[in-house]
Write a protein that binds this ligand. Structure first.
Ligand SMILES: [Zn+2]
Length: 222
């Protein structure tokens, strides 16, 4: 028995670094991403949302592993290395618009979007999970945004699934570097003052996180 204990300890230590879902907090404290309409950095929104998602995943029995909790992991490939033992990688972000459309008044700059990369090791698996997450978001009446696929209002990004708000961007290095299926979630548009108010509401954050957690649970079950 005495000889077995170190082996058991080694096994448990190995398990503690493997989770079903790696949840990446987008950006860093030093480079905090987009600025909201009221002047809050995207990193703060991302971190708050990841905490809510972690709780909601736990409540449906899905283990998660938060990446970049310190806000200091600047390297994107470093993030996927930290997640190398996890089954699925999801990076959490909040969206913005081109500078010339700020301050935002146009209602098209609103809603969630889900992103995949054809450079990912499991593109089909990534799209399948993005569809399952989008189905839950739509069921809960969250609306997708489409402006990134527009040549004028966005960047002409390829559409994977218009109705579900799924788009492709092969320049997203974190998705390309992930070793398994991976998606990037733009939870909503913080540059839009009306949507920022909703995204700042803890009850709404919990509702969105619960919805995405259910989608991820279905994704793993498949
Ligand atoms: Zn971002």
């Amino acid at each position: 028995m005495g000889r077995l204990l170190p082996l058991v300890a080694l096994f448990v230590a190995g398990l503690s670094h493997a989770a079903e879902i790696a949840i990446d907090i987008g950006h860093t404290r030093a480079k905090p991403g987009a600025l909201s309409a009221s002047g809050v950095w995207e990193f703060d929104f991302n971190r708050t949302f990841v905490r809510a998602l972690e709780l909601q995943l736990a409540s449906v029995g899905v283990g998660s592993h938060v990446i970049n909790d310190s806000g200091k992991v600047g390297s994107l490939s470093g993030r996927t290395t930290l997640a190398r033992k996890d089954r699925f990688f999801v990076s959490i972000h909040h969206d913005s618009v081109k500078q010339r459309y700020r301050p935002v008044k146009d209602p098209r700059f609103k809603g969630y979007s889900l992103w995949v990369s054809e450079r990912n090791a499991d593109y089909e698996g990534s799209v399948r999970c993005a569809r399952l997450i989008a189905d839950e978001l739509l069921k809960a009446r969250f609306q997708p945004s489409h402006y990134h696929s527009d040549a004028v209002y966005g960047e002409n990004r390829p559409v994977v699934d218009w109705d579900r708000g799924i788009f492709s961007n092969n320049q997203l290095a974190v998705l390309a570097a992930a070793r398994g299926p991976a998606i990037l979630v733009e939870v909503g548009v913080i540059a839009n003052p009306a949507e920022e108010t909703v995204l700042s509401d803890p009850a709404m954050t919990e509702a969105r996180a619960r919805t995405i957690a259910t989608g991820l649970q279905h994704c793993l079950a498949g």
